[in-house]
Design a protein around this ligand. Structure first.
Ligand code: SF4
Length: 437
């Protein structure tokens, strides 16, 4: 369905104006399929047949319905939807439309909702891209990584630079609200010159958004066997990182988060929801959620994921609805039936909370998350928002830590916000670790 057109009952999305009194929700949908595994990848993704993909799409629809039946969507409206993976562009436009339409029947969408989708070059045709736009997807994030063919080959990617340029050309007439190019630094064999050439070509396409991640060699990947000490040495990694920052800022991109750059108004709102700890609900294999200060996560194995959906449909939903997400005891599924509160025993085999993981966040957890997620953003964390949420001044809780890092020039205090300095952003993990309570 085209963005801005009205929906028939039971079909398409219901767009609502903001100011309806409903709470904004970020919706994440995980598509765990790829053409083949890249050599560095430890994400939850694998090749799959068309039949398997179709089966999975049906599972997603069932999961969304169960979620609505459990009351999880009540009083919310979708402010952002993010189809991530894996490679969501392996789904047909019909399958993507089914997912969005199902969501739209269960949850109103804000009139200005950001609907993002990740796609990989080499997996999309011109027609498919047009269809993707026509069903209302208004933001795309393209997994480019590099515009040097030898680097793409070293990463085990299925595409080459020419496919990126074709895909980009096809996006031009479609008026996506934002297009992001996702790049990588620290690729084996990458030099300052080759990275500069990639950045130069990337900005010449004039994307509204760029993400640039440093390659991390993860255990269990083929890269780990090949490069157990990292794909590039630390000095090179630092130099490439610094080059990226300087180059993109000089070309008019604002760095609004450690790895994210945007032109005016094109920051990814879905990702901002994560860093600002807004409520979000994840659907699909291994998908994570934060709702009403409870973090929970779907199973990472397909069999358990499917069983959990069935449990939500038959009885889990009823028990979760009765108990409320917040009141279900920690680890209830693992502890067995004896630990299930009386009212939750709908049937003998009913798990109380049919998800793989659940953690109700304490006030200390929430404060720490507010700081270390918020400091990822260059604008930092608002003192006023902190006080409003917790009833304490940030200085009362973190006075010593703030003082120490300000003295070392890693943190700054400006206009009621604490934020990392340029130097602090370079060693962000070290600073953020200090905010754990
Ligand atoms: S395309 Fe992305 S998710 Fe898929 S294997 Fe490659 S890195 Fe992993």
């Amino acid at each position: 369905m085209k963005e801005g057109t009205s929906a028939k009952a039971g079909e398409g999305w219901m767009r609502t104006e903001s100011g309806t009194g409903k709470k904004p929700l970020g919706v994440y949908v995980h598509i765990p399929f790829c053409v083949r595994k890249c050599l560095y990848c430890d994400f939850l993704s694998a090749p799959a047949s068309g039949e398997r993909i179709e089966h999975y799409v049906n599972l997603l629809l069932r999961e969304m319905q169960a979620s609505a039946d459990m009351g999880q969507l009540q009083n919310y409206e979708a402010a952002t939807v993010y189809l991530g993976g894996g490679t969501p562009s392996l789904l047909t436009a019909r399958q993507l439309d089914l997912i969005l339409c199902k969501l739209g029947t269960l949850l109103p969408f804000r009139a200005d909702a950001e609907i993002s989708m990740e796609m990989n070059p080499g997996t999309v045709t011109r027609q498919q891209l047009a269809d993707i736009r026509s069903i209302g997807i208004n933001r795309i994030s393209i997994g480019v990584q590099s515009l040097q063919d030898d680097e793409l080959a070293a990463l085990g990617r299925i595409h080459r630079a020419a496919e990126v340029y074709h895909l980009w050309e096809w996006t031009e007439p479609l008026q996506f609200r934002s297009r992001s190019l996702d790049l990588m630094s620290g690729i084996p064999g990458q030099t300052k010159e080759s990275l500069r050439a990639t950045l130069k070509r990337a900005v010449s396409l004039a994307p509204e958004h760029l993400s640039v991640y440093s390659l991390i060699v993860e255990e269990g990947t083929p890269f780990y066997e090949q490069y157990p000490d990292g794909a590039v040495d630390e000095d090179t990694d630092r130099r490439l990182y610094a080059l990226t920052k300087v180059f993109l800022q000089a070309h008019g991109y604002e760095r609004y988060e450690i790895s994210s750059y945007a032109r005016d108004g094109h920051a990814c709102r879905h990702n901002l929801t994560y860093w600002m700890r807004g409520d979000y609900l994840g659907f699909g294999l291994g998908a994570a959620s934060l709702m009403k200060e409870v973090r929970f996560r779907n199973a990472a194995g397909m069999t358990q994921y499917e069983e959990d959906i069935a449990a939500r449909e038959t009885c889990g939903g009823e028990s979760v609805r009765q108990q409320g997400v917040d009141s279900v005891p920690e680890g209830a599924r693992q502890q067995g039936e004896d630990s299930v509160p009386e009212g939750a025993r709908q049937a003998k085999a009913c798990p109380v909370f049919p998800y793989a993981e659940r953690e109700a966040l304490s006030v200390e957890d929430r404060m720490a998350e507010t700081m270390f997620l918020g400091l990822r953003m260059t604008k930092g964390v608002s003192e006023q928002a902190f006080r409003g949420q917790f009833g304490y001044d940030m200085q009362e809780i973190y006075g010593n830590v703030l003082k120490k890092h300000m003295k070392d020039g890693l943190l700054a205090h400006e206009n009621g916000f604490f934020h990392l300095t340029e130097r602090g952003l370079d060693v962000s993990n070290y600073v953020m670790a200090d905010f754990l309570l």
